[in-house]
Write a protein that binds this ligand. Sequence first.
Ligand SMILES: N[C@@H](CCC(=O)N[C@@H](CS)C(=O)NCC(=O)O)C(=O)O
Length: 223
Amino acid sequence: MAGKIDAYIDCVSPYSYYATLYLRRNRDALRSHGVEVELHPVFLGGINVGSGNKPPWTLPAKASYSKFDSERACKYFGVPQIKTPDFFPILSIMPQRCMIYIKRHYPQERYETTFLSLWEWMYHKNIDISKPEKLAELLKSHNYSDQEIKDILESAKSPEYKEALTANTQKALDQGAYGAPWFWVRNKEGKEEPFFGSDRFAFMWQYLGIPFQDVTIVEKAKL
Ligand SMILES: N[C@@H](CCC(=O)N[C@@H](CS)C(=O)NCC(=O)O)C(=O)O
């Protein structure tokens, strides 16, 4: 395909959730314009450290604004209002490494729907999926077998998947990332540029030369 959107996302980031839902809903339209979408798990904590940024909720003014922003985003993206979980923020390293394993070993649809359920369990069901036993339950609900669940969870401790998450995170940092969702976008002319945030899709469509009316699917999330 001529165009490509590489999306760098972390399950700890609700804006990564909205962006993922939106890109998936509009994937057919994007394909019809020759644009492919790929989701890359990253470690947002590493992006913050590497870029010298800090999570928005640690700055009081941003934290109080984010209540309005988050409510509007949920409304816009058709997601039930999210509630900051009691255990927030989680250490997302383990689930993110597992997502890389699943991406490498399973079909794209299975990978992406499993990824989406990390947010659903955390933000809608208030379940801490950074705990291995909870993540195992989540995987079970997606019909992974006991052996598969064992392999997936073991992968999170292996050097191969530690390095893979570090490499994805470093790749985003090298592109200038300072938060999530981060996007690296190639257009039909072969030019490439970064985009930050689930609220910058209008700029992205302009860059990709896609008419806005073709990529406006924001229907309700199926939960
Ligand atoms: N305006 C962006 C905000 C995205 C955002 O706040 N992302 C958080 C993680 S959930 C982050 O990494 N923020 C870094 C920053 O804003 O400097 C959007 O609507 O998507």
